[in-house]
Structure formats: C-alpha cells, structure tokens
Design a protein around this ligand. Structure first.
Ligand code: UDX
Length: 475
C-alpha cells in the first residue's frame, strides 16, 4: 500500500460518502464531516442512508475506524492534510449554481487553518469557483502560503458510484500548484499504480493492474470545465438519440436499430444512446442549465444546450401523447405505473421524468397504482398517496384491473415480467414502455398492444390477422 494520507471530506451526500469510504478502501485515514447531526449519528451507527452498491459493506468495514463521522469541521480541518469539499451545489432560479454552501465551508476552513492544507473542490461547480474559494479563504484570514485549492471532479453514476470511484475512466486533477498536484497524485497512487487491483478483496471493475486509470493533470479552470462539458455532452447524446427516435416514429423506422448502427462507429460509441422519456437525476438537468448559464454570462453563444434541454422537456410530453393515443381520453382511466426513480437501481427521484409523468397523469384525471423496487418511500414524501394514487408492493398488483401498464424506469425487474400473469392482471393488454425494455414483436406475439419510444407500435398478432394489416415490425 502507498502512503496513508489524512483526509477530511466535507459533505456526506452521494459524492462525499462514497469518496470517504473509497479513500479508506485505498488506505487513507478519513474524517467525514456533515452539519446534519442526525445524519452523522446514523452514519456512526452504520446506516448508509442511500441506496448504493458496496456502500454498506465498506461502511461496515471502515466506519468509526478508518472513516470517522463528525459535525466538527474545524477539528476535521486541523487534523487533516487534504480537505475535499463535497457539499451540495443546488440550482438557483436562473439556472446558476448556488455556491453558498461551498463558500460557507471555505470560510470555516480558512478560520481553522493550522498548517499547509490542500483544499479540493469535488462538488460540481462552474469555472472560476476555485479562484473564488481562494479569495474567500484569504478574506477570512487564511495566509496564502498555508493552502492551495485544486479541482478534482467526480464522474460517479448513482447505483454504481463505488465501482466508478475505484475504476474510473480517468482521474482529473486541476491544479495551478505543483505541490498540491503532487499530494493529489499520492492520494490516487493505489489506483494509478494498479496496486489496489492486485488485492484479493478489491472491488472488481474494468481497471486492473495492467490497465490502471490515467491521472490527467490540468489547470484548475480546465478541470472545472471538463466536468460540466462531460455531463452536458452525455445529456446531448441522450437528447440527440431521443430526437432521432422521434424521427424514427414519424417514418416507421426503429431507433434501436439506428442507435446500434450509430454506436458501432467507434468515434460515436454505443453508450448513452438509449432512447427514453428523457434524462433526470441530480446532475444532468442541473449541470446542463449551469453550463448554459456560464456560457451566457461569458457572452458565448451556446444555444445547443438550450436545444438539449428543450428536447428533454418535450420527450415527456410526447410520452403523454403516446398514452393518449392508446387510451383516447385519460380522465378516469386506471393506470399501472412501473418505476418512479430517475433511472434503475437507485432510490433517487430527483428530477425524475417518471415522477413528472405521474404528476401529469394525475393532473389529467387518471388514477394510478405505482410500484418501484426502491423509490416509493421518497416519492411518497412529494406525492402522498390518496384516492387517485396508490403505491403497491409489486408489478402485478399495480397491473390489476388497469387500462394500461406504463414502464417509466429501467429497472431490470421490469424487463423480466411474466407476460401471462401480466395479461391476466390487466383489464386491457396495453403496455406503454418509456424505456424500450421489450422487443415489440415478442410483446405483440404475447397478445399485447405495445407502444415504445422511436419504434412502430406493435399490436396483438390476432388483431393484425383480423384487420390483415402489414407486420408491425421486422428485425
Ligand atoms: C450522471 C453522470 O453519468 C455521472 O458521470 C455524473 O457524475 C453524475 O451524473 P447519474 O445521474 O447517476 O450520473 O445517472 P446516469 O446513469 O448518467 O443517467 C442520467 C439520466 O440519463 C437518467 O435519467 C437515465 O435514465 C438517462 N439516460 C442515460 C438515458 O435516458 N439514456 C441513456 O442512454 C443513458
């Protein structure tokens, strides 16, 4: 193992908590700070609070030993050499990023400095934030030779955040100081030398000792832009394929075939070309808006980003039209909804297109039975159950006597439904799939009317025979 470094991580949300336990897994001593006492107590008691693979195991292994939890930022600052800021950076009204938590943390760190520290910005922030942190710290009494501020953006996906952290495609370190960059390089040595991957108990992923992740050293500003540009580009890829999907619907082509054909071009690649009801989550919507706002403030014409957002909003409206096209009027219709989380394998509903669609359906007078394997509790907090909305415990209970079944989240469980049970439960065998989890031909063969994204509608084989229409889709 490389040198153990004393690290403080400020913020115990998705990014902070995952970073804290992963640094411990890499051999470092970590103090994780949060000002929410309840959260700190829960973490001290071994509760993870978020749905994240490998997190419970790592917390069990390192909690209260190599990772300690506290509310005392001053103490954590004094007893660490490197302080990662991983607090929330919510969106403010005009799309800007609200950096007040970052500023508050920077000021408190400044007042507690007792020796040289590296302050690392890990939250997603607009360009120039590092400079502002330095300025705020200096204004709060920090001597300029006692700290450096660097940017080390994360590229973690919810659900696979731990594996993403330990098997990154790249580690970006934006630093204008050689001394600070060297310390960050030391922190990541277990990964960049490949040493971590030789351990028998290493969490597995795509990196290995022969293919360790590269560490890219950049200026602080470049690192800040890399993060925003990467997320905006991925969102653009999704909106692009959704727009192509709309074109396919208008021409009876199949967007899955088109995406496959595009993705085989290595310059394009197959990932993030899955059509659906639009992107959601805590990052993409916020980051695209923030990047657009940064460009606007700098007088740069980057209207492409507005188009990305526009397509994303439209995608949910188009889905609503699809539901109408299958059911005619919506008032009084009973619908089964599968999926509330913004994507599969997470309980997170922030900016979830599924929740937004549920709201739209309720506003149109539908009554809904909804199921999600993990996100019901969180959804209930924003959409309490009532006469028009019931939360149920499995897919088939949701489907019972429904006029149609809607798939809104790409949980693996939803891709493995038993067609016979489903058909028996539904009042009408209609499935409207916002995530393209099924082959239309198979669904029509099983007697369903099946509408999906960017593909021709498929109707039950018996219906087709009776109206002798041409086959809905051939592969
Ligand atoms: C994202 C980035 O991937 C990650 O690098 C960054 O650090 C945080 O934001 P996350 O929000 O966890 O991660 O989810 P991701 O898996 O990227 O999906 C985002 C949204 O896009 C989801 O709503 C998902 O359903 C949607 N999506 C994704 C598509 O609609 N199509 C795709 O092909 C991929």
């Amino acid at each position: 193992m490389g040198k153990s470094i004393r690290i403080a991580v400020v913020g115990s949300g998705y990014v902070g908590l995952v970073a804290a336990v992963c640094f411990a897994e890499m051999g470092h001593e970590v103090i994780c700070v949060d000002n929410d006492e309840r959260k700190v107590r829960a973490l001290q008691g071994g509760e993870t609070l978020i749905h994240e693979n490998f997190l419970p195991g790592l917390l069990h292994r390192y909690g209260n030993t190599r990772v300690r939890f506290t509310t005392d930022l001053s103490d954590a600052t004094r007893s660490s050499d490197v302080i990662f800021i991983a607090v929330g950076t919510p969106q403010s009204g005009n799309g800007d990023t609200d950096l007040s938590y970052v500023e508050a943390v920077a000021c408190e760190i400044a007042r507690s400095l007792n020796s040289y520290k590296v302050i690392v910005e890990k939250s997603t922030v607009p360009v120039y934030t590092n400079e502002w942190i330095s300025r705020a710290m200096a204004r709060n009494g920090a001597a300029r030779d006692l700290f450096d501020v660097v940017s080390n953006p994360e590229f973690l996906r919810e659900g696979t955040a731990v594996a993403d952290f330990l098997h990154p495609d790249r580690i970006v370190v934006g630093s204008d100081s050689g001394r600070a960059a060297g310390i960050l390089e030391d922190i990541y040595l277990p990964l960049t030398t490949g040493e971590y991957y030789t351990r028998a108990d290493a969490i597995s992923g795509h990196c290995n000792v022969d293919q360790p992740p590269p560490l890219l050293l950049t200026s602080t500003k470049s690192a800040e832009i890399i993060k925003h540009a990467s997320n905006a580009f991925l969102a653009l890829k999704i909106s692009f394929i959704n727009a192509v999907g709309n074109l396919c619907e208008a021409t009876n082509a199949d967007v899955e075939q088109v995406a496959r054909g595009m993705g085989l071009d290595r310059r394009i690649g197959p990932r993030f070309l899955r059509p659906g009801i639009g992107y959601g989550g805590s990052c993409f919507p916020k980051d695209v808006a923030a990047f657009r706002s940064v460009a606007e403030q700098l007088g740069i014409d980057f209207n492409l980003l507005s188009e990305v957002e526009k397509i994303n909003v439209l995608q949910k409206k188009r889905f609503m039209s699809k539901v109408r096209s299958a059911l005619w009027t919506l008032r009084g219709k009973r619908l089964a909804v599968l999926g509330l989380a913004f994507k599969g394998e997470t309980d997170d509903i922030r900016e979830s297109p599924a929740v937004e669609i549920v709201r739209m359906l309720l506003a149109e007078g539908c009554s809904i039975a909804a199921y999600d394997p993990a996100a019901i509790k969180r959804t209930e907090e924003v959409l309490p159950s009532g006469p028009s909305l019931r939360y149920v415990e499995d897919c088939y209970t949701a489907a019972k006597d429904a006029d149609a079944l809607l798939i809104l989240t790409d949980w693996q469980e939803f891709a493995e439904l038993d067609p016979e049970r489903l058909s028996q439960a539904l009042r009408h065998p209609i499935v409207i799939d916002g995530r393209n989890l099924y082959d239309p031909q198979v669904m029509s063969g099983n007697g369903f009317t099946y509408l999906s994204i960017g593909r021709p509608p498929a109707h039950p084989v018996s219906d087709l025979a009776s109206i002798s229409a041409p086959s809905a889709r051939s592969n």
